[in-house]
Design a binder for this molecule. Structure first.
Ligand code: NAP
Ligand code: ZN
Ligand code: ZN
Length: 347
């Protein structure tokens, strides 16, 4: 037996999302059903719904920053009980056997992890994400949201938070490290908060000066507008680590020039078109160009616990479901401070 959930559905790259219903299976032995309370709007939802990545299977229900409460558990579930505050991020399953899964890096599962939406689950059915009133997920892919973070501030941590936390940890952001974040949107603002909480010296590189006051309030020590060519002269060879969150193409060479000896530019923004760079930009000062995708389940829980301990959550604007299409437009126009979160009670 399945249950019906209300949802907002993308039917094609060009149509607005529309209300609809989807079926959720009854939880299996090791699964939980979550009553969704809040879902963040990640730019990846927009890329998918609008067909930017040419991989969308319509109709699709996007949303992978999910926070809610457990409302039913399968017979053999041990990790969660009804009433627990929980979250679901970008993937809901993986092979559990490959070297990467065993290392707790399920997002890099060699068999391909099962994305929360626009993927096919073990049951052979398409997965549908968090723009809905409920979701059924294996208990091992469900995170605990610590007391002390509200569910609306926690939802964006499930993608934006972990996508920034993981490279910051991996490349040792901390005291004595100069870290720059390019783009202060959903990912970027969490990058500022987390890097500052780790003790790094944080600089924001934003298109304009409009977000400077906010950036400093969130923990940035420095702020520059990338529209001003003087920025690139002033910061030449300055950073140990730069994380690029921009959803459009950037001039990679220009940003590589800001790295110190052995520094690393990590790409987490996923624009549609290929990026290019000169070999010389890397060879000079032995620089590195890298990428990073979300984080594993273990590290996601570590990130949630870290955020709770440091009193961090996302800066959110909670919206009703009927404002999703308008919110998409505002995200694309970089007009979001700093994450739209949908109140699932309004689907
Ligand atoms: P977002 O909220 O739209 O933030 C992106 C920010 O980039 C904007 O706020 C803006 O910041 C800057 N920006 C936008 N367009 C720009 C342009 N044309 N030139 C220069 N800067 C521009 O998006 P998000 O949700 O943070 O996601 C960012 C990207 O990361 C998306 O491509 C998304 O798909 C990707 N993503 C990747 C992962 C991963 O695991 N690797 C996970 C989640 C999301 P300023 O106003 O400060 O300039
Ligand atoms: Zn995302
Ligand atoms: Zn695997």
């Amino acid at each position: 037996m399945s249950t019906l959930a209300r949802a907002y559905v993308a039917h094609s790259p060009t149509e607005p999302l529309r209300p609809g219903t989807i079926e959720r299976r009854e939880p299996g032995d090791f699964e939980v059903r979550i009553a969704i309370r809040f879902t963040g709007i990640c730019h990846s939802d927009i890329h998918t719904a609008r067909g930017d990545w040419a991989s969308a299977r319509y109709p699709v229900v996007v949303g992978h920053e999910i926070a809610g409460v457990v409302e039913a558990v399968g017979a053999k579930v041990t990790r969660h009980v009804v009433g627990d505050r929980v979250g679901v991020g970008c993937f809901v399953d993986s092979c559990r056997e490959c070297a990467n899964c065993l290392a707790g890096e399920e997002q890099y599962c060699l068999a391909g992890s099962v994305s929360t939406y626009n993927s096919v689950g073990r049951d052979g059915l398409p997965t549908a994400g968090g723009y809905s009133t409920s979701i059924v997920v294996d208990e091992n892919y469900v995170l605990k949201i610590p007391e002390g973070i509200s569910l609306e501030a926690a939802a964006p941590l499930l993608c934006a938070g972990i996508t920034m936390y993981s490279p910051l940890r991996n490349w040792d952001a901390g005291p004595g490290k100069r870290v720059a974040i390019i783009g202060m949107g959903g990912l970027g603002h969490m990058g500022v908060k987390i890097a500052a909480a780790m003790g790094a010296e944080v600089t924001v590189l934003s298109q304009s000066l409009k977000k400077e006051e906010d950036a400093r309030r969130l923990g940035a020590g420095h702020y520059y507008a990338t529209s001003d060519p003087a920025t690139f002269d002033a910061l030449n060879g300055h950073f140990d680590l730069i994380i690029n969150t921009v959803s459009a193409n950037i001039d990679v060479d220009q940003y590589l020039s800001l790295l110190a000896l052995g520094g690393t530019l990590v790409l987490v923004g996923l624009p549609t078109e290929p990026l290019s760079q000169r070999a010389w930009s890397l060879a000079s000062f032995r620089r590195n160009l890298a990428g990073s995708k979300m984080g594993g389940i273990r590290q996601t829980q570590e990130m949630l616990d870290f955020c709770a301990a440091k009193g961090l959550g996302a800066e959110v604007e909670v919206i009703p479901a009927h404002e999703i299409n308008e919110a998409f437009g505002r995200v694309v126009a970089s007009d979001v401070r700093y994450r739209f979160v949908i109140d699932a009670g309004t689907f």
